[in-house]
Design a protein around this ligand. Structure first.
Ligand code: SME
Length: 150
């Protein structure tokens, strides 16, 4: 599944007729529609010089969490740790920001430009414990490709 999606992601990101935000939204839609355990897919980016994340393009239900301070929730922790954060069961996390009661699991993978952590891709899943290393490698591939067009 992920191997088939990789060229589609590349094609979206290389389309010269589409702006960056529209490309990222298309990537989010592609993932949400084609990966059964992806129920909400979005990008967060560092908000200027502030120690907070701002919601970027996404696919799925609108969220109230458009600004997340560094350190808060899974996303805010990844802004500081610079490491993938795989959460098999969100109920087991103390520092978690709930977006929807249907969400069971989450994965956040940081996005680096020239070695700097400038944002992340965030996936919510309504399936318990759905993520494997394949998800991590796939999302790392996407972020590396996105980094080239930012
Ligand atoms: N659950 C995230 C907040 C963002 S929503 O999933 C869209 C967190 O704990 O950081």
């Amino acid at each position: 599944m992920f191997q088939n999606l990789r060229p589609k992601v590349t094609a979206i990101l290389n389309d010269k007729t589409v702006g960056v935000d529209d490309k990222l939204e298309q990537v989010c839609q592609l993932l949400k529609e084609n990966v059964p355990h992806y129920d909400w897919v979005g990008f967060y980016f560092k908000n200027g010089t502030k120690a907070e994340l701002k919601l970027g393009p996404y696919a799925g239900a609108p969220t109230d969490h458009t600004i997340i301070p560094f350190g808060k929730g899974i996303c805010g922790q990844v802004a500081l740790s610079h490491q993938n954060f795989v959460v098999p069961d969100v109920k087991a996390q103390d520092n978690y920001i709930a977006c929807s009661i249907t969400v069971k699991a989450e994965i956040v993978v940081p996005l680096f430009v020239n070695g700097e952590n400038i944002g992340q891709i965030d996936i919510d899943s309504n399936t318990p414990d759905p993520f494997t290393e394949e998800d991590e490698r796939f999302l790392e591939f996407i972020n590396a490709a996105v980094a080239k067009i930012l």
